[in-house]
Ligand binder design. Structure first.
Ligand code: ZN
Ligand code: ZN
Ligand code: FE
Length: 751
């Protein structure tokens, strides 16, 4: 006897080919009924024999590739005896639980079509389907349909329309679908914006092979590209882009091309080839042929595989040459994503532009990940990831906007138990980045149909994001909650690991505004989402010259060695050293800090690695690379001074480092011992805290835990000491993950 089920599927289920999937499944099993989108969920009614319905439910629970099913509920209904299974028109609703999908790399079926000579999309760089293609970057409104994407100005041709209308087709309701007849076209422009005749792709590829620097329109913004094997060309790109040493990413065709340049294990391969297509940091093979200037002083190479059909075609056209693929901007301004803006801003950098007429609505930079202990560790969560939902430990009582920090900014919208973290917004010091931040916050509120009633920000009064939250709260009469920086880091790691119990939060970073107004960054916090106490921290030292000490690590070497009562030598002008000494002696312009990031700077300078940095965290990145070459043995002494809070005293470590440098111990060995000592410090302090009654659950967060050696060593040693240890896998340990922690804290405090 026929039975009927009414099913509701929630999660990321719209814009991911769910209805054709259900239609195909029901038709294959000979079931009747219907499927439709309603208020952000998929509703299905299906009728047939009980055992067939069971197999339907089983396969339904798997879903199509891009779907993320969070809830699947069903109940019995009276049978109706229909003849067919239909896809019914969408029903919009009031309180739609809307999700917007991240952008997805081309799927195997689309790539096969693009390579088949007799296919009507042969060689067409904009093909896509329900399983792949642009999403976040082209959506302009909700509900998600073609009229509310940047494809609205490209009417479908009859052939595309037929696919779009046919329920069994892979392109059924694929909103951005198109073909050479009806879709966007490539154009090649010179640096003055004049169109270059001939085949755009071939012309661009030939120029790159001849040593030109090109700008190419990607999925979420422009990239700058050139031959990655030519040192002169890479150096010229750096000169024009005014980017001294920050590593550049390279684009490669596939796994095989990658294996020629870098080492990787299965976990790294899985991240590299995932449809999210992040840049993955992978160990450079010696003599790999990529110009040294691509990632100077770095043991790793940032590698990505194509995230668009256009990148696939470009790599074919350059004969598989490894291409630099770096963000289309000057220095560290936001990436250009609008055509006229790109032409204007990149005209002095790029010799030519490979562009097209599909507008980018949301700027979205490439994501960056690495793999530590077989698990992904996101460094920048952006294209391919944002704005996929992340879990919150409790529901937000009201729609909430958390505005994050200042550097590597992201914001997050909270609705129920979902956090929607934005793409990477860059450093809000730049006015253009700040403008992007306010514009994109408005856009997300529109896309997710969410009007914040509560704002959450950092405690730092001078962060641009804090000022935004405070003034908006005042204007709109909204609540505004400030969360301490390191508490937000700790909460972000707790939230992504779904922890509810109190923890020890080991939070190491460059800087964050402390409760006492000083710069924190080597913190052991004990608490939960609601509250925390500063149970231990690195013994503070002054930063001679304030912000200058961040750019000039020798200043931190001076501060730490003087503090440790030992004389070291510095490769800095004698006059500058003398001035810095005077600042320290008189306590002028020398704010104190407990930052582990600054301790990294000090050691990097002491071992002779670096006295000046060109980008945030450079000294730490290079010290890690150096340590990776060192023998893994030994460590340095340190002390934990009793008190409330406990003080982690690095002076014995600093003295020993200075002595070993004087005895010409190999720098790589010192670098490794320094990492090992930090891990040992983490364990010792956590053990002391546990003995004093703190929990035996530890979360590791803060930008310093981007460091694979430190993360691995601390994680392992804590585990051996009987702690339950958690780390980041979903959001960056650095400030890019702050907004998630802010949301989690706000949800708890307001519920
Ligand atoms: Zn596809
Ligand atoms: Zn078409
Ligand atoms: Fe931080």
């Amino acid at each position: 006897m026929a039975q009927r089920l009414a099913i509701v599927v929630e999660g990321v289920v719209q814009g991911v080919g769910f209805r054709p999937f259900v239609h195909g499944l029901a038709s294959r099993l000979g079931l009747t009924g219907f499927v439709l989108n309603q208020s952000g969920v998929v509703r299905i009614e299906v009728e047939g024999e009980r055992c067939v319905l069971d197999s339907f439910l089983k396969e339904l629970a798997v879903g199509p590739p891009l779907a993320r099913i969070e809830r699947l509920a069903y109940e019995a209904r009276a049978a109706r005896g229909e003849r067919t299974f239909d896809i019914l028109p969408s029903q919009a609703g009031q309180d739609a639980a809307v999700f917007v999908s991240p952008d997805v790399a081309p799927c195997p079926e689309c790539l096969a079509e693009m390579s088949r000579r007799d296919d009507r999309r042969f060689g067409y760089p904009f093909l896509n389907c329900t399983n792949c293609g642009p999403r976040l970057t082209v959506v302009t409104g909700v509900p998600y349909d073609r009229q509310r994407t940047t494809m609205a100005t490209f009417p479908l041709c009859p052939a595309c329309q037929a696919e779009y209308d046919h329920p069994a087709d892979r392109r059924f309701h694929a909103q951005p679908t198109c073909c050479p007849t009806c879709g966007p076209r490539l154009r090649l422009l010179d640096s003055r914006g004049h169109e270059v005749s001939g085949d755009p792709l071939r012309g661009f590829a030939e120029s790159l092979r001849a040593g030109a620097i090109g700008a190419i329109k990607g999925i979420g913004g422009y990239h700058l590209s050139c031959d990655a094997t030519r040192p002169d060309v890479v150096a010229e790109l750096r000169r024009r882009k005014q980017r001294d040493e920050k590593p550049l990413a390279i684009l490669l065709a596939d796994e095989h091309a990658a294996r020629l340049l870098v080492e990787m294990d299965d976990a790294e391969l899985a991240v590299l080839t995932s449809p999210r297509r992040p840049i993955v940091l992978l160990r450079k093979l010696p003599g790999c042929g990529v110009a040294g200037g691509v990632a100077p002083g770095n043991a790793y190479l940032g590698v990505m595989l194509p995230s668009t059909p256009l990148q696939v075609l470009l790599l074919r056209a350059v004969g598989g040459l490894p291409l630099v693929m770096t963000s289309g901007n000057c220095s560290d301004e936001p990436t250009a994503h609008e055509d006229s803006d790109a032409l204007r801003r990149l005209a002095t950098i790029a010799d030519l532009f490979l562009t097209h007429d599909r507008p980018i609505h949301v700027r979205c930079d490439d994501s960056v990940s690495r793999v530590v202990d077989g698990l992904e560790l996101p460094l920048r969560r952006s294209r391919g990831y944002a704005p996929g939902p992340l879990p919150l430990p409790v529901a937000c009582p009201v729609p909430t906007l958390a505005v994050g920090g200042q550097l590597k900014a992201t914001f997050a919208l909270g609705r129920g138990r979902h956090a929607f973290l934005s793409h990477h917004l860059g450093d809000l010091d730049h006015y253009a980045a700040y403008r992007g931040f306010t514009r994109d916050a408005g856009l997300y509120e529109h896309l997710f149909a969410l009007t914040p009633e509560l704002l959450v920000c950092d405690l730092h009064p001078d962060y641009a994001s804090t000022r935004y939250a405070r003034s908006r709260a005042e204007e709109q009469h909204l609540g505004c909650l400030a969360v301490q920086h390191h508490h937000a880091h700790m909460a972000s790691c707790m939230a992504e690991n779904d922890l509810r119990e109190p923890v020890i939060g080991v939070v190491f970073d460059g800087s964050g505004y402390g409760l006492d107004g000083t710069v924190w960054g080597g913190e052991f916090l004990v608490g939960d989402y609601q509250s925390f106490r500063r149970a231990a921290h690195l013994r503070p030292v002054p930063m001679p010259g304030g912000e200058r000490a961040v750019r000039e690590p020798w200043r931190m070497a001076l501060a730490h060695s003087l503090d440790a009562g030992i004389e070291a030598t510095f490769r800095a002008p004698a006059a500058s050293v003398a001035t810095a000494r005077r600042l320290l002696e008189r306590g002028l312009n020398s704010p104190t800090t407990s930052s582990i990031g600054r301790l990294f700077d000090a050691v990097a300078s002491l071992v002779g690695l670096r006295d000046r940095v060109n980008y945030e965290g450079q000294a730490a990145v290079e010290l890690e690379a150096l340590a990776a070459r060192g023998e893994s043995d030994g460590g340095y002494p340190f002390e934990v001074l009793s008190g409330e809070p406990l003080l982690l005293d690095p002076r014995p470590l600093v003295r020993q480092v200075v002595r070993e440098v004087a005895c010409s111990v190999e720098p790589a060995r010192i670098a490794w011992r320094f990492h090992a000592t930090l891990a040992a410090m983490v364990v010792t302090v956590c053990e002391r805290l546990r003995a004093l009654g703190s929990p035996s659950v530890v979360v590791l967060s803060g930008g310093v835990f981007q460091n694979a050696i430190l993360l691995r060593e601390a994680f392992r040693r804590l585990g051996e000491a009987g702690f339950r240890v958690y780390r980041h896998r979903l959001v960056p340990p650095g400030d890019g993950g702050l907004s998630l922690g802010q949301l989690a804290v706000a949800a708890f405090r307001r519920s």
